[in-house]
Ligand binder design. Structure first.
Ligand SMILES: *[C@@H]1O[C@H](CO)[C@@H](O)[C@H](O)[C@H]1NC(C)=O
Ligand SMILES: *[C@@H]1O[C@H](CO)[C@@H](O)[C@H](O)[C@H]1NC(C)=O
Ligand SMILES: *[C@@H]1O[C@H](CO)[C@@H](O)[C@H](O)[C@H]1NC(C)=O
Ligand SMILES: *[C@@H]1O[C@H](CO)[C@@H](O)[C@H](O)[C@H]1NC(C)=O
Length: 402
C-alpha cells in the first residue's frame, strides 16, 4: 500500500524539477554583460540584468563553479589599450545579477585577451591575440585574484606565415585545460601551432608545440568528454584537425584526421573569405559543432517560429557525427539566424537540449532546440532576441548560467 502511494509523489517531484526557464549570459563589445531569461514554454528571451564591470570590451566569458558550488564568471576585457586589457571575476546571484569580485592589475594582461580558461584549483590562463599568454592564481572559493600575473609568455614570429595579413605575428587565441588538468593547450593562429604547457605549482611550464599545416590558423579546440580525442578548429583553413590523445607522461597529440567545415570540402569563394569561429562537442561525445563566419549559406533564415520573419542572409553551423574512432563525418549545415556566429554554446545540463548562438555582426542571440538523438537542431530557433533592443551591439559570446 505504502509503495503505491509513494510512487506518484516521486514522479510529481521529478516533473517539477524540469525548470521552464534558463539563464544565458551575453558578452558584448559595446561593454555590457547581459543576463537573459530564456522561457522554454513561451519561447522568449528577455533581459534579467545588465552589468558593465567587465568593460570596456568583455568579449569572452567562462563559467566557473567555485568550491561551494556558486557560479562565478571569469571574463576577459579585450581593450587593446595596454591598460584596461584585463581579466575580471564576477559572482552571479540567483536572479542572474553579476557583481565584480576581482580585477587584474592594470597593465599586466597582454593586449587583446580573447579567451580565458580555469582549472578547478583556480589557475586562470588567458590568451591574448597580440601575442601572449598570462596566468593568474585565483582563490577557488572567493574568486579573488591572488597572484597576477603568475606567468607571462610573449610570442612573435621570425617571419610571417603563409597568410601574411593574418599571420604577421603570433596570435594565441584560446586556452584549453586537458581533462587530467595537468596540461594546457593554446592554439596560436599566427604561428600555426598549438602551444603545450604542463601545469606546475608555479603556473605553466612550456613544452614542445604541436604543429599544424602552414596557413591553417588554429583558433579554438575541444577535448571529447572521454579525453581520448582533441578537435582543433582552424580559422583560416576552415578545417578541423582530429588528434588522438595519449600521455607519456606528457600529453601526446597524434593527428588522425582532417576535415573541412564545408560539405564540398572547399571554402565558399566569397570576399571577405569565410572564417571558422567556435567548436563544441555534445556531452555524450557523439556530435561536434563548428560555426562558419561569413559563408552566408542560408538566404532565408528564420528568426522565430512565429511570425515567420525571414532574414535575407545567415551564416551557419556545421554538424558532424563522431565515430567510435573519434573521426568526424559531415552530417549537415544549419542556419544561425544572423551573420558572424563567433560563439555558440550547448546547454551544459539536460544533455544539451538547447544551443544558443550569438551573431556578432547582426547582434542577435538565438536559441535552437537540439535533437539529442540525431544531433540536428533544425532551421527555426525556438527563441531569439535582437540585442540592439537592449542597447547592446556586437555580442561575440553567449554562455549558459544554468
Ligand atoms: C581605462 O582605464 C582608465 C583608468 O581606470 C579609465 O580612465 C579609462 O576610461 C579606461 N578606458 C576605457 C576605454 O575604458
Ligand atoms: C561561497 O562562494 C561565494 C562566492 O565566491 C562566497 O561569497 C561565499 O562566501 C562562499 N561561501 C562559503 C561558505 O565559502
Ligand atoms: C614582432 O616582430 C616584428 C618584427 O620584428 C615587430 O614589428 C612586431 O612589433 C613584433 N610584435 C610583437 C607583438 O612583439
Ligand atoms: C589531411 O589528411 C590527408 C590524408 O591523411 C593528408 O594527405 C593531408 O596532408 C592532410 N591535410 C592537412 C592540411 O593536414
Amino acid at each position: 500500500m505504502k509503495l503505491s502511494l509513494q510512487l506518484p509523489l516521486l514522479l510529481m517531484v521529478a516533473a517539477k524539477c524540469q525548470a521552464e526557464t534558463r539563464k544565458l549570459l551575453v558578452g558584448a563589445y559595446s561593454g555590457q554583460l547581459t543576463t537573459l531569461k530564456f522561457d522554454t514554454v513561451a519561447g522568449t528571451l528577455t533581459q534579467l540584468s545588465v552589468n558593465t564591470q567587465g568593460s570596456p570590451r568583455p568579449s569572452w566569458q567562462t563559467l566557473f563553479k567555485n568550491s561551494n558550488g556558486t557560479n562565478l564568471i571569469i571574463s576577459s576585457s579585450e581593450a587593446w589599450d595596454g591598460r584596461n586589457d584585463s581579466v575580471v571575476v564576477l559572482s552571479v546571484d540567483a536572479n542572474g545579477a553579476l557583481s565584480m569580485i576581482s580585477r587584474s592589475t592594470p597593465g599586466t594582461v597582454v593586449k587583446g585577451p580573447v579567451a580565458v580558461a580555469a582549472t578547478k584549483s583556480g589557475l586562470l590562463i588567458s590568451a591574448s591575440y597580440s601575442g601572449g599568454v598570462n596566468t593568474f592564481s585565483m582563490n577557488p572559493s572567493t574568486g579573488l585574484l591572488v597572484t597576477h600575473p603568475l606567468n607571462t609568455f610573449h610570442y612573435n614570429l621570425t617571419a610571417p606565415g603563409p597568410n601574411p595579413t593574418r599571420q604577421e605575428t603570433a596570435h594565441p587565441h584560446h586556452a584549453i585545460v586537458d581533462p587530467t588538468e595537468k596540461f594546457v593547450l593554446v592554439p596560436d593562429l599566427g604561428a600555426d601551432h598549438i602551444h603545450i604547457y604542463s601545469i606546475c605549482p608555479q603556473g605553466l611550464s612550456e613544452l614542445a608545440p604541436v604543429r599544424v599545416a602552414p596557413g591553417s590558423g588554429p583558433r579554438h579546440g575541444v577535448f571529447n568528454p572521454a579525453g581520448k580525442f582533441y578537435y582543433q578548429l582552424n580559422e583560416l583553413a576552415n578545417r578541423v584537425d582530429v588528434f588522438s590523445v595519449a600521455y607519456n607522461p606528457n600529453i601526446v597529440l597524434t593527428s588522425v584526421q582532417n576535415i573541412s567545415t564545408y560539405p564540398t570540402g572547399t571554402t565558399p569563394a566569397l570576399s571577405p573569405v569565410p572564417i571558422a569561429g567556435e567548436i563544441q562537442i555534445s556531452s555524450d561525445g557523439k556530435y561536434v559543432y563548428t560555426s562558419n563566419r561569413g559563408d552566408k549559406t542560408f538566404p532565408h533564415a528564420r528568426v522565430a517560429p512565429s511570425p515567420s520573419t525571414e532574414l535575407t542572409q545567415s551564416d551557419s553551423i556545421t554538424v558532424y557525427t563522431v565515430g567510435a574512432d573519434g573521426q568526424l563525418t559531415f552530417l549537415e549545415q544549419s542556419p544561425v539566424a544572423g551573420l558572424t556566429p563567433r560563439h555558440f554554446s550547448l546547454e551544459p545540463t539536460n544533455g544539451g537540449e538547447y544551443i544558443a548562438v550569438a551573431t556578432q555582426d547582426t547582434g542577435r542571440v538565438a536559441v535552437y532546440q537540439r535533437d539529442k538523438v540525431t544531433g540536428k537542431f533544425g532551421t527555426v530557433p525556438v527563441a531569439s532576441i535582437d540585442m540592439a533592443t537592449l542597447g547592446v551591439s556586437q555580442p561575440p559570446c553567449v554562455i549558459w548560467l544554468d
